[in-house]
Design a protein around this ligand. Structure first.
Ligand SMILES: Nc1ncnc2c1ncn2[C@@H]1O[C@H](COP(=O)(O)OP(=O)(O)O)[C@@H](O)[C@H]1O
Ligand SMILES: [Mg+2]
Length: 221
């Protein structure tokens, strides 16, 4: 299982005059998709960075399955507990699709054969056909690249998936496809999925909806 609880979390960038996040109180559960919506500059990416362990909060606590993130090994957390999916996919351009998905497993010490077998299963899960496994990311459509990015995000065994505007570069049909995959991972796979977005369609499909305004988070649904 995996869930993330934020308790009175605040964050201020170095030398900034005001907090980018303040008093954030929420709980993201396993098996659920949460959408966080808010205008540009409201603090969405900052919130994901804190949850991804890329930055320590200035105040408050992040709890991972009830354990304080501040007392955990942050590198291990980033490698094994949490994966981030980005708007711009961020696949490695010089690695094939299969190699991209293998990469996190090899980083964790898996053998090549095991990594490849697991990578194929992950790619199947997101609907990337075998004949595309040897292509480079530039030889795929945007929607396919994002699906490969999701397959790679699963490779580390992380149970918390954080997506920052994952459909921002995609058309309507591909966006729905990505949301369907993330929803399936939450509902059927028990993953804790948090999607930051300004796409109302994502918010509509989510189990929980939060809005951020000026660094403050409120639950809407
Ligand atoms: N590296 C940074 N240094 C200083 N301020 C930043 C930095 N990154 C973001 N901010 C500020 O923090 C606030 C929230 O930004 P961000 O989390 O990126 O918003 P969003 O993702 O909702 O567009 C904004 O006012 C932004 O200007
Ligand atoms: Mg952002």
């Amino acid at each position: 299982m995996a869930e993330l609880t934020l308790h009175r979390v605040s964050y201020r960038y170095p030398r900034a005059a005001r907090d980018a996040l303040q008093g954030v109180e929420c709980r993201f559960r396993a098996g659920e998709v949460a959408a966080v919506v808010g205008p540009s500059g409201s603090g969405k990416t900052t919130l994901l960075s804190i949850m991804a362990g890329l930055d320590r909060p200035s105040g408050g606590e992040v709890l991972v399955d009830g354990k304080k993130l501040s007392e955990m090994d942050l590198d291990a957390y980033r490698r094994q507990y949490v994966s981030v999916i980005f708007q711009a996919f961020h696949l490695f351009p010089l690695l094939t699709v299969l190699e991209n998905v293998c990469f996190p497993m090899e980083l964790l010490g898996a053998g090549e054969k095991d990594a490849r077998a697991q990578a194929r299963r992950n790619l199947e899960l997101v609907g990337i056909a075998e004949e595309k496994h040897r292509r480079y990311p530039s030889q795929l459509s945007g929607g396919e690249q994002q699906r490969v990015a999701i397959a790679r995000a699963l490779s580390s065994g992380a149970r918390i998936l954080l997506a920052d505007e994952p459909t921002g570069n995609l058309d309507g049909e591909n966006s729905r496809n990505i949301v369907d995959i993330l929803t399936r991972l939450a509902h059927e796979g028990g993953y804790c999925v948090v999607i930051v977005t300004h796409d109302p369609a994502i918010a509509e499909a989510a189990d929980a909806v939060y809005t951020v305004a000026d660094g403050e988070l409120s639950r809407m649904a």
